[in-house]
Design a protein around this ligand. Structure first.
Ligand code: F3S
Length: 752
């Protein structure tokens, strides 16, 4: 048994009493989100009243005690390097490490896995030894993608977890509050100290009807992304309800929760139902299902909430699944939503390359047994209907359990029969780990994936690749057609005999009829009798022990130099690129060479080309930051909306801190990144008036005053000293509370 049954029994044993107490204290019916959050207050003590008052959504910071932590290999390195400095002997809660991000998709799993094991030997060795040392479960390379493995083994209804990956909310498919965080937050939880979160607002999404035809759970979230946009869910939990919710499989629900990250939501979740029960029992967790059944209505919103959702949710959106069309979102952003019936015209109008070059099925979003089965049902039709498959096809199963079972049941055979290459059970192209086979790596081209993100360069590093996201079954249909404008609902394809044929809608079992199977699931439990030591070679290029950052010196920031004023979208991919840089995730000095190399400089429209105020030349961002740092000069980063959207990688906060940037001043932040900046001792500010962004000049000296009176709700003054001798000032805002101001003063949360 991999899950911690004692822990789950403890949570369930007090859950109902805590919910009752919270309901009394709040004096109002509770949403499911509130029930789980109140049941996990840090100071809640068994059956005693957990709270004296209800927390104000969107305002109050609250201390929580999550039940577990999950970390993927790219973020676990920095998280565990920090944990090693936390002075603890073991992780205070069950935790797991998953080796999924560092495996490059190239020739197929059989060849790629040994290559990854050899290329990443040092990092895997560090992660397995540090896991063993601190009592953390270790999932070796090839075991699967973190969120699929968590769903199969650890997630439980009514639980709460954090994960060092932005798609941790995937576990909401099993009714869990699961939140993506930076490594420093994971360290708090593993160290057993309070983990702080602003009480989220709650968006209720009512699902009615039932999916049919080509529509899939993915289309629910693709449509919602179009409604909410990439920042519409910021500081909010998305709670689904309604009879349509109960009609979705647990893995389908997980797909929807997974991509809540794409609208900036803190997390997403569904109420406990029979689909979850079926999944728990199918994955060997009968005791958990029995415990959840016993909790009954405690794992759903109160009846009054469902009856009058507008009164209890901060916003309500309704989606009729019976009327839902398949969606294809993109390019370059996941909220550019297009129904399949509109998509062809969009492609033609925008001049997007119409040829569909590669279809990719996989990622934590869509790599379940049901996903593979539905894709295979479309793939089979190529053979039965004499269709020639026009595009390349790549598949990354979500876990070894899914892969083994899908192979046993003939599903993988159906996918390989149309040319599908089965890559490792890992992230692969979703995180730029893709040795794409192409005749011209710079040619404008189009690909469609079942992933969640489609930012420029994310999959293959080519800014000319137009990446779209869709369901696995639609990806498969478009792969067969080789044409982005093909609509399987209405269009025919011409087969090898010259006949017009139509693809039938996909079919697929929710769960394997013969049950799941697996020979080696890839899990290595910590050896409590032999904990060993963690070795880091001081000469290593990939791992480096962390040195604490210096505390605040007590003064205002004067005459900082502008490191970059970024224009447009600036995600964590732009700030700290993935792909080849993933190898340096455990070495802060080396990875800092990629700082902001994907961000567009507002003054020249170029990436990684900024004015060096010391020389007047244009150089890479990191090179300029290093030279300023060497001279003891601090710098400031300026950007626009939703800065730091995307992944949870804290390197995007650690790197500027390491290179002596003091302040990040933006029009708005993405939640995880703002917290990451605070935790690393950076000053994260927003313009009081977004129009002030335009006042900044490239060679300004920029001062920030107000630090001596830094307090919750205080304002800072930004003064621009222009090179012509003139100056101007404006106000900036912050969201620091007392505790976070303490982090700033101490130099970082870990120092405080
Ligand atoms: Fe991996 Fe992509 Fe998910 S990088 S964790 S498959 S978003």
């Amino acid at each position: 048994m991999l899950f911690d049954l004692d822990l789950i029994r403890t949570v369930y044993g007090t859950f109902a009493n805590r919910v009752d107490a919270a309901r009394k204290a709040a004096g109002t019916p509770l949403t499911l989100t509130e029930k789980i959050l109140y049941a996990h207050l840090f100071d809640a003590d068994g059956t005693k009243l957990p709270i004296g008052h209800a927390y104000v959504r969107g305002t109050d910071y609250v201390n929580f005690r999550p039940d577990r932590v999950a970390m993927q290999d790219a973020t676990a390195q920095m998280a565990l390097l920090q944990f090693m400095n936390a002075g603890r002997d073991r992780s205070a809660v069950p935790a797991s490490v998953h080796c999924d991000h560092l495996i490059q998709a190239d020739m197929g799993a059989d060849k790629d896995l040994p290559t990854a094991n050899s290329a990443n030997r040092e990092v895997y060795g560090f992660l397995s030894s540090v896991s063993n040392r601190y009592g953390i479960g270790f999932w070796k390379p090839g075991a699967g993608i973190i969120h699929q493995v968590v769903l199969e083994n650890y997630a439980f209804p009514g639980g709460m977890m954090v994960g060092t990956d932005s798609h941790t909310p995937n576990a909401g498919g099993l009714g869990m509050i699961a939140i993506g965080v930076g490594g420093a937050d994971a360290v708090d939880v593993m160290a057993g100290i309070p983990w702080e979160l602003k009480m989220p607002k709650i968006i209720g999404v009512k699902l009615t009807g039932k999916l049919g035809g080509w529509a899939s759970p993915k289309d629910v979230i693709l449509k919602l992304a179009g409604i909410l946009t990439v920042k519409g869910g910021t500081n909010a939990v998305i709670e689904y309800f309604g009879d349509g919710a109960a009609a979705l499989s647990a893995t389908g629900k997980a797909t929807i929760c997974n991509m809540g990250a794409e609208v900036g939501a803190t997390c997403s979740l569904f109420p406990y139902d029979e689909a979850m029960e079926r999944y728990l029992r199918a994955t060997g967790r009968t005791e958990v299902a029995d415990g959840a059944n016993a909790l009954g209505d405690n794992l759903r919103a109160d009846a009054e909430v469902a009856a009058d959702p507008g009164k209890y949710y901060d916003r309500v959106i309704e989606i009729d699944l019976s009327a839902l069309e398949p969606y294809i979102n993109g390019p370059f952003t996941p909220d550019a939503a297009h129904t399949i019936s509109e998509f062809g015209a969009f492609v033609r109008e925008k001049g997007i390359p119409q040829q569909m070059e590669v279809g990719l099925v996989g990622s934590c979003t869509n790599s379940s047994y049901q996903d593979m089965g539905r894709a295979a049902s479309v793939a089979r039709q190529a053979k039965t209907k004499d269709l020639k498959v026009k595009a390349e096809f790549i598949i990354n199963p979500g876990s070894e359990q899914v892969r083994y079972t899908a192979e046993r049941d003939g599903i993988l055979g159906d996918l390989t029969a149309i040319g599908g290459v089965i890559m490792a059970n890992a992230c692969g192209p979703c995180i730029g780990q893709w040795a794409r086979h192409t005749d011209d790596p710079t040619r404008p081209n189009s690909i469609v994936t079942s992933f969640n993100r489609n930012f420029a360069k994310r999959a293959d590093g080519n800014p000319n690749t137009h990446a779209f996201v869709a369901s696995p079954e639609l990806v498969t249909a478009l792969t067969i057609a080789g044409d982005l404008t093909f609509n399987p609902l209405t269009d025919t394809l011409t087969n090898e005999k010259g006949e017009p044929v139509r693809l039938d809608p996909p079919q697929g079992d929710e769960l394997p009829r013969q049950g799941f199977g697996v020979k080696d699931n890839g899990y290595i439990a910590p050896d409590t009798a032999n904990r060993g030591e963690v070795a880091i070679d001081p000469q290593s290029k990939r791992l480096q022990r962390l040195e604490p950052f210096a505390p605040w010196d007590g003064g205002d920031f004067t005459e900082l130099r502008l490191l970059i004023q970024a224009a447009g979208k600036c995600t964590t991919d732009h700030i700290s690129m993935a792909g080849p840089w993933l190898r340096f995730r455990g070495h802060l000095e080396n990875i800092s060479d990629n700082l902001l190399m994907g961000a567009v400089n507002r003054f020249n429209g170029q990436t990684n080309s900024v004015l060096n105020p010391l020389t007047g030349a244009y150089e890479g961002v990191s090179a300029v930051a290093k030279q300023l740092k060497a001279q003891g000069i601090g710098s400031i980063i300026v950007a626009e909306e939703n800065y730091g959207e995307g992944s949870s990688r804290e390197h995007a906060a650690l790197e500027p801190r390491f290179l002596n940037a003091k302040v990040v001043l933006v029009k708005s932040f993405a939640r995880i990144h703002e917290t990451n900046l605070k935790k690393q001792g950076m000053l994260a500010l927003t313009f009081a008036d977004g129009a002030d962004y335009d006042r900044i000049r490239e060679d300004d000296r920029i001062s920030v005053t107000g630090l001596k009176t830094f307090a919750p709700g205080s304002r800072m003054t930004i003064t621009l000293l222009h090179s012509d001798g003139t100056s101007e000032s404006f106000e900036a805002l912050h969201t620091y509370n007392e505790q976070q101001i303490g982090w700033f003063r101490a130099g970082s949360a870990l120092n405080s």
